[in-house]
Design a protein around this ligand. Sequence first.
Ligand SMILES: *Cc1c(COP(=O)(O)O)cnc(C)c1O
Length: 464
Amino acid sequence: MTVITNHMPTAELQALDAAHHMHPFTANGELSQKGARIITRADGVHLTDSEGNRILDAMAGLWCVNIGYGRDELAEVAARQMRELPYYNTFFQTTHVPAIALAAKIAELAPGDLNNVFFAGSGSEANDTNIRMVRHYWALKGKPTKSVIISRKNAYHGSSVGSGSLGGMSGMHAQGGLPIPDIHHINQPHWWAEGGDMPEEEFGLQRARELEEAILELGEDRVAAFIAEPVQGAGGVIVPPDSYWPEIQRICDKYEILLIADEVICGFGRTGNWFGSETLNIRPDIMTIAKGLSSGYAPIGGSIVSDEVASVIAGDEFNHGYTYSGHPVAAAVALENLRIMEEENILGHVRDVAAPYLKEKWEALADHPLVGEARIAGMMGSIALTPNKETRAGFAAEAGTVGYICRERCFANNLVMRHVGDRMIISPPLVITPAEIDVLIERASKSLDECYAELKAQDLLHSA
Ligand SMILES: *Cc1c(COP(=O)(O)O)cnc(C)c1O
């Protein structure tokens, strides 16, 4: 058997990767020509690649490594749990200590009467649970016609058949027969890109009222739930107008439809509170969690469910679950992650130190000639690249062309910043220090300058 180590030459590893490894959300043919970047180690907010480059990870992996890389405590807990009880399930009237302890801890942290946790292995799985749970809830209440779930265009709720259907990514719907029936999408509250001449707050109200219009159109007796991310993440870190969520909450209350807050990114400190729902004043019936729950150290997700919904579901056998629901090693790791977050007051660091400092520096990027707007909510931020700040125009080149050029400049400058179309986004580890934020901003500015120069040289600074 070939032993694959960090010490093989990069080109050999890349060749093996290209020969056998199918990457998610990747044009694999193109990647195999270029060769994937190989990450070998990480500590704090930094990655190290197979060439020895030290890269500042302003995405915290995929929005998940909230406490930063290299925390030995989590490795210790995982090893101890593997020795004691590496696996047992929670089907068939059994349970185990890590699942009990984690569910109780999550119930303590979650607001209101969100006191019940259904575990999954990921955010996608948790949203699949939610689809079945809300429909089953209404069926048990004698209203089986309430099966439609309303979501939003450009939302991201995962990549399984169910969660990908909830999501509103047109590129995903174009492949593999999505969406499943009875999912309805309304427009997103993306003022900068879609608001035109309308004042931002008025636009927020208008987009929220699309929910009411959809309920009336579909019929109140058909609608089970509305799902949304408090702040859209993968869609481009889209911070909604202040007017948006209060109106959404009013509509959900008025028509008695369940509100599912997808907290997979916003949860566990990203917006400065334990949950984005607290930051945005939302009262959800169900919250989807994953990512920051374990800071990405182990795959785990789940649904936090209100007492009302859980008590109805408890009235029948819910024919649903995953082999790894509440996996003991993942649960133990998540619990240790939450212990560290509390003991080190990481929320306090976000609120008092990191988020205010990052906000000031990030918003100043809007002065760059290429940047149309800079938005930030806690520790998730975005900038819109535009050839014309006044008109908020898109580029004439295919969407994403410019964003990709900018991302490549960032990589070359040892900064991971992602692009969504021509929007650049960050979501750094919550533990990032002001000195590290200075480096992040310095590298981002340099990359923007280089991108601007490249667009000029390639004659790409034209409006669509
Ligand atoms: C990442 C994400 C998911 C999917 O989580 P996976 O663990 O990748 O399945 C769901 N919702 C939101 C908001 C996400 O950002």
